[in-house]
Design a protein around this ligand. Structure first.
Ligand code: PLP
Length: 419
């Protein structure tokens, strides 16, 4: 039987499209795996909405905008071409790999070649390819928390052991080298580094990024740096690619990224990993036996996204920035909610700790899991409890939703908590 973790409790309370047949003996790796809690919250919010409930969903990690028209047009053109109806090489179309290498060379502090780039079915799949290619049974991977939900599960699927390093809002949700050093053992193979972060929106400054990269280089630790939100930074904040400020770490750095967030292309499923050629070849080999390649037409769309007009994506970034400020102000105005101001991605990760042990809407709130349940049932607002990210006491709200829903949703949260 699977362990009754908070994530499972969350998933169990949510409708699924399939019923798992308990008489079937599923493989241990699946029995022991947590379903994605963020997808579960999103699915429940969408199902309630479809059933006519006035639910506002803060759960989804995706832009509410359509994919920019020039990208859709490129996909339509590609779909007309018989060449697009065929397989591509396992690591992706050469022209796309070259374009990704060229664009990433601008931030990574060195010239990246197409041979280092392996396309995958989304950034999530790129990360899976990385863990599967790099980890042996028992290899430890340091994962700062709050973490994106898939890292620990993917690490475990690949036979690795996630070693979680907690961080708090007071510490800017940044792990320090001292903390990483305490977590290091002789089995430490890699560190997961994500900046801007999902779920906190925290962005590491260049000097801390450099310190962490230098620490990893000194100990021969691989860095898996998730750069999927690299363009989504706000105000004076700058995105720093770890290998650019810690060149000694570059030979053991793998960059994961994709088009989903920057170009409102979550449904197209195009991501990539950029790794030293030996690792890249390993990932391509894995992919050649598992998925063959990413959808050919989607690759054409991704090519247009990264090489075409960047105006629409910049306009979305500006909208997120505006909503970020609206969300922070509105949440900060609720008694007892403390808000760390995010400077990247499109999430805000407030602390609801002062509500734990209290009653909300006549219900005793012992955890943020309870709070999320009450908010959904009573206020019809879906957010993801911090337990899903290894950070109980907090909750994640995506602000990639319309201005009206944003204000209405946070107003409802405030009314329920203070009422
Ligand atoms: C930190 C982070 N990495 C990777 C991904 C994967 O994105 P996708 O698989 O949609 O490209 C996500 C999506 O939520 C994310 O938040």
């Amino acid at each position: 039987m699977a362990r009754p973790t908070p994530e499972l409790r969350l998933a169990a309370s949510l409708p699924t499209t399939q019923t798992i047949e308990h008489t079937v003996s599923l493989a241990r790796r699946i029995r022991e795996m947590e379903a994605s809690p963020t997808q579960a919250v999103d699915a429940k919010a969408k199902a309630l909405k479809a059933a006519g409930e006035p639910v506002i969903g803060f759960g989804a990690g995706e832009p509410d905008f359509p994919t920019p028209a020039h990208i859709v047009a490129a996909a339509q053109r590609a779909a007309e071409l018989p060449a697009s109806h065929r397989y591509t090489p396992a690591p992706g179309q050469p022209v796309l790999r070259e374009a990704i290498a060229e664009v990433t060379s601008r931030t990574a502090g060195r010239t990246i070649t197409a041979a280092e780039v392996v396309l995958a079915n989304g950034g999530k799949h790129a990360l899976y390819n990385i863990f599967m290619t790099l980890l042996d049974e028992g290899d430890e991977v340091i994962v700062p928390a709050p973490y994106w939900v898939s890292y620990p599960e993917q690490i475990k699927l690949a036979g690795g052991v996630p070693v979680v390093v907690p961080t708090t809002g007071e510490a800017g949700f940044q792990a320090t080298v001292d903390q990483l050093e305490q977590a290091r053992t002789e089995r430490t193979k890699a560190l997961v580094f994500v900046s801007p972060s999902n779920p906190t929106g925290a962005v590491y400054p260049p000097e801390v990024t450099a310190e962490i990269g230098n620490w990893a280089a000194e100990h021969g630790i691989w860095v898996i740096t998730d750069e999927i939100y690299d363009r989504l930074v706000y105000g004076d904040t700058v995105f720093t690619s770890l290998p650019a400020v810690a060149p000694d770490a570059a030979p053991r750095t793998i960059i994961a990224s994709g088009v989903a967030k920057t170009y409102a292309m979550t449904g197209w499923r195009v991501g990539w990993a950029i790794a030293p050629v030996e690792v890249a070849a390993g990932m391509a080999k894995l992919q050649s036996q598992v998925t063959s390649n990413v959808c050919n037409v989607a690759q054409a769309a991704a090519l247009e996204a990264i090489t075409g007009d960047q105006g629409p994506s910049e306009a979305m970034r500006q909208a997120f920035d505006r909503r970020r400020r609206v969300a922070v102000d509105a949440l900060s105005a609720i008694d007892g909610v403390s808000v760390f101001e995010p400077t990247g991605a499109f999430y805000v990760f407030p602390s609801f700790e002062s509500y734990l042990g209290r009653e909300v809407a006549g219900r005793q709130i012992a955890s943020t899991l309870d709070l999320a349940e009450v908010l959904l049932e009573e206020a019809k607002v879906a957010l993801v409890p911090g337990e899903a990210f290894g950070a109980p006491g907090y909750a994640r709200l995506s602000y990639a939703l319309s201005d009206e829903d944003l204000v209405e949703g946070i107003t409802r949260i405030g009314a329920l908590l203070q009422g």
